[in-house]
Design a protein around this ligand. Structure first.
Ligand code: 5GP
Ligand code: ZN
Length: 117
């Protein structure tokens, strides 16, 4: 079982419009918006509207929104004219997750290093 929204969650507040953000795209399942602290010339986030804590909470009952997030990534990058990009989802604080609502970073416009730090 998962909560639809978490009233204390920053990204749930962005979904509800309680916190302003530079929204690029939204539909009934997902929202894409520019990261407030961009780490590349193009850096936006794609999130499900429902509150899922991280990749570690994806399951058979909620995974449809995850495939929708990736459709949105493909659509928005095309619309922005971006062909080369990196998708990152940090899961847990040791991996660098600071907002506990599932999100996919999309980074582009500069050379990327591998492995990531
Ligand atoms: P994480 O650290 O969880 O992987 O990624 C969270 C991301 O959310 C960070 O890149 C951070 O800059 C971004 N972020 C945090 N607060 C806000 C906000 O209020 N608005 C927007 N647009 N991005 C935010
Ligand atoms: Zn949330």
């Amino acid at each position: 079982m998962f909560q639809t929204q978490n009233p204390d969650c920053l990204f749930c507040k962005i979904v509800k419009g309680e916190i302003p953000s530079k929204i690029i795209y939204k539909d009934e399942k997902c929202v894409a918006f520019h990261d407030i602290d961009p780490q590349a010339p193009t850096h936006f986030l794609v999130i499900p509207k429902v509150h899922i804590g991280s990749c570690g909470e994806i399951n058979g009952a909620n995974s449809l929104v995850v495939s929708r997030c990736f459709e949105v990534i493909a659509k928005v990058t095309k619309e922005l004219g971006v062909t080369d990009f990196r998708v990152v989802s940090n899961c847990g604080s040791q991996a660098g997750q600071s907002v506990p609502h599932l999100h996919f970073h999309v980074l582009a416009g500069r050379d990327m290093t591998w492995p990531p730090g």
